[in-house]
Design a protein around this ligand. Structure first.
Ligand SMILES: CC(C)(COP(=O)(O)OP(=O)(O)OC[C@H]1O[C@@H](n2cnc3c(N)ncnc32)[C@H](O)[C@@H]1OP(=O)(O)O)[C@@H](O)C(=O)NCCC(=O)NCCS
Length: 211
């Protein structure tokens, strides 16, 4: 059997590590690990426009144009597009002539969360935000904030937008908090010897940490 590139890298890491680091690495990879993300969101009607104006066009596309996003977002895979097609999904795009320098997905129904490797149920009236991406040449223009705010203004009153963000992703947390999203929960997947279990905890919205 041929090792996948990821497996080879892990074995190389293991071989070059000290015995203690090797034991830690083995524990994390093979015995126990947890992937944890913060839940951020808000009612769509309360979305706050970013103060920095957006000079590019923002549009919302349906499944007939999903394929156009693939070459413009290196984080997106064919598998993701398959999930988005099976779910109720829309993609928010920023257009700069023929270029799509930024995109962000909203989806609902039985939603597959790539990072947690499991499904969540997102009921009607809730919009799950994921896979936001801004090309490095266009970062710093609040494009993620603009995309999500634009989408929110198009939704019926009473709806909610939310998504999951890693604690380390400060750019993402900041982009969300400045349009009013607040942290109100934690979601996680835990693995013991490869066996997965998932959990979540909800709490009242917390004050922003980046504004
Ligand atoms: C997250 C992402 C979409 C944001 O791009 P963007 O819309 O251009 O965001 P901006 O750069 O305009 O805003 C990010 C904010 O976070 C701040 N920020 C970024 N890294 C930071 C750090 N380490 N510490 C403090 N602030 C930080 C920036 O200063 C900026 O705030 P400001 O405008 O008040 O100065 C982009 O970084 C990206 O595509 N990342 C890779 C994919 C990703 O992580 N997607 C999100 C998944 S939830």
């Amino acid at each position: 059997m041929t090792d996948s590139p990821g497996t080879t890298t892990r074995w190389q890491q293991l071989r070059s590590a000290s015995p203690l680091d090797a034991a830690r690495l083995f524990w994390r990879k093979a015995v126990h690990r947890t992937v944890s993300m913060g839940r951020f969101g808000m009612p769509t009607a309360a979305s706050v426009a970013p103060t920095r104006p957006c000079e590019l066009t923002i549009d919302v596309w349906g499944p007939d144009r999903f394929d156009e996003i693939l070459p413009n977002n290196p984080h997106l895979t064919e598998e993701d597009l398959g999930h988005f097609r099976r779910q109720e999904s829309r993609v928010i795009v920023v257009l700069d002539g023929d270029r799509i320098p930024a995109s962000s997905w909203m989806t609902s129904g039985r939603v597959y969360v790539h990072e947690l490797q499991r499904h969540l149920d997102v009921p009607r009236g809730e919009h799950f935000s994921c896979r936001s991406y801004v090309d490095p040449s266009c970062r710093g223009l609040s494009l993620m904030s603009h995309m999500i705010h634009h989408y929110s203004t198009l939704q019926p009153e009473g709806d909610e937008t939310w998504g999951l963000v890693y604690d380390w992703n400060v750019a993402s947390v900041r982009s969300l908090e400045r349009i009013g999203w607040r942290r109100s929960g934690d979601y996680w997947s835990t693995y013991w010897f490869g066996r997965q279990s998932g959990g979540e905890r909800r709490y009242p919205p917390r004050p922003p940490t980046t504004t």
